[in-house]
Design a protein around this ligand. Structure first.
Ligand SMILES: [Fe+2]
Length: 459
């Protein structure tokens, strides 16, 4: 195992003084009891997701983008230890000095860290020892929260709340990552869930949106990440949005029409990927005796035409839209359409978000269901993250917070595209209209799909 040098350890020790979390004030009313209860829920949910996985399952890293399950379990624990306990616990000492190095994901401010592509080589600590780490930090966080006075509680609530949402992000990644890990196993293991009956795509409708000078970005009560701010104005020409996601059946038609063989449908970088990596279908699809199969978290099954296509890259989504004579929506178009359709509170209230999220237990996109009462757009939240044509850039006036926590989002605002909506692996309470997910153009292992747009003028 890679060891930190004395010099690195010194750097780590001195850098601990600069972890101070400078986040905006929480907008939700929390007290010690509700914070403690939510902490138990979020932490318990991570362990429930890992429970069906053996220590061996939890150790494998099947490609550099994937992290082992036990790494996710340890890293979210490190987050609370680093950003909450190190600054605020009396007589703080890390659970294990080396964990500081091992489970730092990307925070340069905190000093050296273990190489991401090699996370699968870390056989020790094992999955059970990671459980010990979690239990230790859990107890210390509970003790801290129980002893905070009113002023300290108010001061620390934003970082604790960020810890909840950070852990939820990793719950989704844990599922995306183990899906890839299990896909490499010829025994086709099942994680959970079961397939839905074969069905055909239903009629695709279009929702007209007037556009004009609109406001986008998070507003009001409820949690948001810093990248959803500030709320700002944006001009939108009139446009139309498909009322559901593109289906496997439609993707099969794209493939049958030479979708992966016709360079004129592709952006130059995308075509290079098609040629260089031999793409001929979405990730997790394989053809046997003329029948396409799809690897899912509930095993490998024939591709179901009525389900949303999943695990396609931005390049593939864009090529499909070109083939269909349409385009991808901008992120502002997506958000404005969803909010005016009544499915995304401008005030970020979780109760307005419904859809096929991870709490439904399907862990896979489902056929489009009727829109919620009074709305027209279907499959808005859940099923698949939806690629947009918007590059991931800071909103006007965005400034990352000071300190290590400022590295959370801002430094990734380059060479990535925004996705909206959430997916079937997204925890309940972690989807909202203003949420900006982001992945590189060629990424396919995220549960990403396609919603078409038409008309208007792409920004
Ligand atoms: Fe993280």
């Amino acid at each position: 195992m890679t060891q930190t040098t004395a010099n690195e350890a010194t750097t780590e020790a001195t850098s601990r003084a600069s972890t101070r979390a400078s986040t905006r004030p929480s907008t939700r009313e929390w007290d010690a009891e509700s914070l403690g209860r939510r902490f138990e829920e979020v932490r318990g949910h991570t362990e429930a997701l890992a429970a069906p996985l053996s220590p061996e399952d939890q150790t494998v890293q099947s490609m550099p983008d994937v992290s082992p399950t036990k790494w996710h379990r340890a890293h979210v624990t490190w987050f609370f230890e680093t950003f909450l306990l190190a600054e605020n616990e009396q007589g703080f000492a890390p659970f294990q000095d080396k964990y500081w190095f091992l489970f730092n994901s990307y925070y340069e401010t905190l000093g050296p860290r273990y190489a991401r592509p090699d996370r699968g080589l870390v056989t020790r600590p094992g999955a059970h020892e990671v459980g010990d780490y979690r239990a230790n930090v859990d107890a210390r966080v509970r003790d801290l929260v129980d002893t905070l006075d009113g002023g300290s509680l108010e001061k620390l609530t934003p970082i604790i709340e960020l810890g909840f949402h950070h852990e939820q992000q990793h719950q989704e990644l844990l599922l995306m990552d183990i899906k890839h890990v299990l896909s490499r196993n010829p025994l086709q293991p099942v994680y959970a869930g079961s397939p839905v009956e074969r069905c055909e795509p239903d009629r695709l409708g279009w929702v007209e949106v007037e556009g004009g000078l609109v406001e986008v970005g998070h507003e009001g009560a409820g949690f948001s990440f810093d990248n959803e701010l500030p709320r700002h104005r944006q001009w939108l020409e009139p446009y139309r949005l498909a009322d559901r996601l593109v289906t496997n059946g439609e993707w099969l038609a794209f493939m049958a029409d030479g979708g992966y063989e016709r360079h004129e449908l592709w952006l130059s970088d995308g075509w290079a990927k098609v040629r260089g990596e031999g793409w001929s279908a979405p990730l997790y699809w394989s053809e046997h005796d003329g029948v396409w199969f799809e690897h899912t978290l509930h095993g490998t099954w024939p591709v179901n035409p009525g389900l949303p296509v999943a695990h396609v890259s931005f390049y593939e989504a864009e090529a499909f839209a070109t083939w269909a004579g349409k385009r991808l929506p901008t992120e502002a178009e997506w958000e404005h359409a969803v909010v005016t359709d009544g499915q995304g509170s401008q005030h970020g209230r979780d109760e307005q978000v419904v859809g096929n999220l991870a709490d439904g237990g399907s862990f896979h996109p489902r056929p489009a269901q009727p829109a919620p009462a009074g709305s027209r757009l279907r499959q808005v939240h859940g099923d698949c993250w939806e690629w947009t044509s918007s590059a991931y850039h800071p909103y006007p006036g965005f400034h990352p917070p000071e300190g290590a926590i400022g590295e959370y989002n801002g430094k990734f605002m380059s060479n990535q595209m925004v996705l909206r909506g959430g997916c079937a692996l997204t925890p309940a309470g972690h989807a909202r209209a203003s949420y900006r997910n982001f992945f590189p153009h060629g990424a396919r292992w995220a549960l990403s799909g396609v919603r078409l747009a038409d008309g208007g003028a792409p920004a």
